[in-house]
Ligand binder design. Sequence first.
Ligand SMILES: Cc1cc2nc3c(=O)[nH]c(=O)nc-3n(C[C@H](O)[C@H](O)[C@H](O)COP(=O)(O)OP(=O)(O)OC[C@H]3O[C@@H](n4cnc5c(N)ncnc54)[C@H](O)[C@@H]3O)c2cc1C
Length: 266
Amino acid sequence: AVSGVQLKDGRRIPADRVIIATGGRSYPLTGSTGDGYRFAAVLGHTITPLKPALVPLESSTPWIREVQGLALKNVAIKVLNNAGKTIYTDFGELLFTHFGVSGPIILSASTHLEQADSYRLLIDLKPALTPEQLDLRLQRDFMKNGRKVFHNALTELLPRTLIPVMVELVAVDPDKPVNQINKVERQRLAALLKELALDITSLRPIAEAIVTAGGVAINEIDPTTMESKLVKGLFFAGEVIDVNAYTGGFNLQIAFSTGHLAGNSC
Ligand SMILES: Cc1cc2nc3c(=O)[nH]c(=O)nc-3n(C[C@H](O)[C@H](O)[C@H](O)COP(=O)(O)OP(=O)(O)OC[C@H]3O[C@@H](n4cnc5c(N)ncnc54)[C@H](O)[C@@H]3O)c2cc1C
């Protein structure tokens, strides 16, 4: 059973109830450096593997650096694993950074990825349009802008910084008049707008993760009190436990709810 805590300077605080609420290992600047995992392990608890969750992703795709700082709203994403299987889909906001991608839907996607694996991220820039509707839209835009050159005809379709990237990827001369763009070229652009691909090489380090996945095994904690099943008088609350969730306030709610329960059960 618990008899108290010992401070760094050697002083002891006697207590017959102790709550470990030391947070995860991510964002160590906030004070949570992962001490609680050590405390729990020393007391015989299982610590499930720790990994970054809700963390930005690194990409080796060269053009990423040209669009850093660009935020895309209302895009759909698909993450494929090495076998080409879709492992995550989402819709919302994405941010390009100097190392890769971030933003709410990327952070949520990261929860499903492994640090050691690589992935392919497909971004649908026009999720509200079917491929057929998009092709009609391009035909209308190109008709309207017939005398403009290609790279000047995309301003209503794409954010400014993304235009040079798309023009290069679609492999059409940027100075080609739009009324000379043929069907195959237009369809190449449409395909790219529906599936802009990025190679994901890794997750950013755990220090940059919003939360730490893994932690004190939940089957060793009584969920009705948050008390350890192994050590009487020892309670757990918050991120130190092996629970984590998507963005949206759920991780704070986990901390509040488990903290409330542990506090009331002491
Ligand atoms: C940048 C950022 C943005 C976030 N945004 C959201 C969000 O929008 N919504 C959401 O739900 N969640 C968000 N989170 C996650 C959320 O903040 C955490 O999941 C939550 O704070 C965990 O609460 P906790 O009490 O378990 O741990 P923490 O809040 O990390 O608190 C742990 C405390 O224990 C202290 N401590 C650690 N070790 C010791 C020790 N040995 N001795 C004494 N004290 C110690 C630390 O100093 C710290 O004060 C965000 C996290 C970060 C980093």
